[in-house]
Design a protein around this ligand. Sequence first.
Ligand code: 5GP
Ligand code: ZN
Length: 114
Amino acid sequence: MDCIFCKIARGETESEVVHDGTDVMVFKDLHPKAPVHLLVIPKEHVASIAHLEENHAMLIQKIIYTAKRIAKEQGLAGYKLVFNVGRGGGQVIDHLHLHILGGWKNEEERAINV
Ligand code: 5GP
Ligand code: ZN
């Protein structure tokens, strides 16, 4: 499939990989909007949260638990987890991804628009 995140998942497009699991992958966002900005994706192509089916329950669980684990490994004291859903929600890449954002020094720096 001609999808940039599928290509990253298959290792066909370069990315700064932080975690490469069986079903999910974590890599650095190309245009970070926070000192730490990572993306958690399923390796399977799912377009967005709006496209989730009942059989994706374990997958979405894995995505969130992976985000929690990686955030801890990255030493983030606190962080934001963001799913943009559809163009109206600011989603640009049509492959499900969870943004992990953190590492701000103060509240002012935390004012972001993902
Ligand atoms: P969205 O707006 O769809 O929720 O977020 C897509 C994110 O993917 C953006 O933050 C953007 O910077 C990031 N991005 C787009 N293309 C690439 C790419 O080729 N590699 C990586 N690592 N990140 C990308
Ligand atoms: Zn894809």
